[in-house]
Design a protein around this ligand. Structure first.
Ligand code: AMP
Ligand code: MG
Length: 339
């Protein structure tokens, strides 16, 4: 690790690749969020990711590859469904869980016999992976527990001085992490909603089972299907309360209950309704793609404002709404008011 983080641009692919090849840590732009990347075949480099983020050792990372033709290097027993998903959604915001081969270091998979594989839809990052000639292990580039970074500046808030370089590829166009689908389960199981919707997955796979932890808090003692599910996530410092329901009714509920000086994350239509509060715009009520792009920056911005509490509106769970509401609910520790 170096004390100064090199700022790299899209023209600096070979410098980024050499950081990866020598076992360093590189911030990478993707369409979902910024990632904290290292050579996925180098256990010591991958260990440094956990140290920089303060990430629990039992929370596995995703291996990023330039295309589906690299799957066989790292995965065994690849079902035809994996190639069907790759054909339809890669490059793109979908992570596929498959059986791993022994060449994948334990530190990447947290000792699991499966590995998460993704081909990101960002030309800069695919170019740096191809130039390094190695799969890049990466989680989101935030300090563990904080909202994920959706631009280079947000990643540097958390990681400046802890990583060797960051490739600035502009703001993320999707804004929430990849969808995670486990193809080692029967039927396939959605472990995390993300940039590819459940509806779109089911067009390719048929029925998909949604893991319980997507919509509710794990019960005490309940074993998570994916290790990361048990950790606090995406949370600003102030406690968050999510208010679910028709947009106007939820906005009215928040108006009645919020105190001056508190934070409100609401749909664009209602931003004028909370004088005296710290208000952030989640995007238009009907535009879930815009909500996905805005949600992490909005949550993160409350840490720079002295609010004691945050109220949040939330979209319905159709299409991208499942991912947006999952991130909001997790930020709230599933503290939800249902109207
Ligand atoms: P992040 O994108 O920062 O959340 O980090 C990667 C995510 O992928 C975490 O939520 C992990 O729990 C998940 N993940 C990675 N590999 C696996 C796996 N083999 N099985 C289940 N989940 C995984
Ligand atoms: Mg993360």
């Amino acid at each position: 690790m170096s004390l100064t983080t090199l700022r790299l641009g899209p023209e600096d692919i070979s410098q980024g690749a050499s950081i990866l090849r020598r076992g360093g840590l590189l911030g990478i732009p993707t369409e979902t969020v910024y990632g904290l990347g290292a050579d996925g075949r180098n256990p010591r480099a991958v260990e440094a990711i956990f140290a920089a983020k303060g990430r629990p050792q039992d929370n596995p990372l995703i291996l990023h590859i330039p295309g589906a033709d690299w799957l066989e290097r790292y995965c065994g027993h690849i079902p035809p469904q994996a190639y069907a998903l790759a054909e339809r959604f890669w490059p793109g915001p979908l992570t596929i869980i498959l059986k791993r081969r022994p060449c994948v270091p334990d530190v990447v998979t947290a000792g699991l016999d499966t590995v998460g594989m993704r081909c990101p839809d960002h030309p800069v990052t695919r170019a740096v992976i191809a130039a390094a000639g190695t799969p890049v292990a990466a989680p989101s580039g935030n300090t563990s527990g904080r909202p994920s970074p959706t631009c280079a500046a947000h990643m540097l808030e958390d990681m400046d001085g802890k990583i060797d370089g960051i490739l600035d590829g502009g703001p993320c166009t999707v804004g929430v992490e990849s969808t995670i689908i486990d193809l080692t389960a029967q039927p396939p199981r959605l472990l995390r909603p993300g940039g590819v919707s459940l509806e779109a997955l089911e067009e390719v796979l048929g029925p998909v089972e949604v893991d319980g932890a997507v919509r509710r808090l794990l019960a005490h003692g309940e074993a998570p299907r994916a290790p990361g599910m048990k950790y606090r996530h995406y949370a600003p410092q102030a406690p968050v309360t999510v208010v679910r329901g028709a947009p106007a009714a939820a906005a009215a509920y928040i108006r009645q209950h919020c105190a001056p000086g508190e934070g409100v994350l609401c749909f664009r239509e209602f931003t004028q309704d909370y004088p005296g509060c710290t208000v952030r715009d989640l995007g238009p009520a009907g535009d879930k793609a815009e909500q996905a792009r805005r949600v992490f920056a909005a949550l993160r911005s409350f840490d720079a404002a002295p609010v004691a509490r945050i109220w949040a509106q939330c979209p319905d769970e159709g299409e991208l709404g499942l991912a947006v509401s999952n991130r909001l609910n997790k930020a709230a520790g599933f503290h939800i008011v249902e109207l």
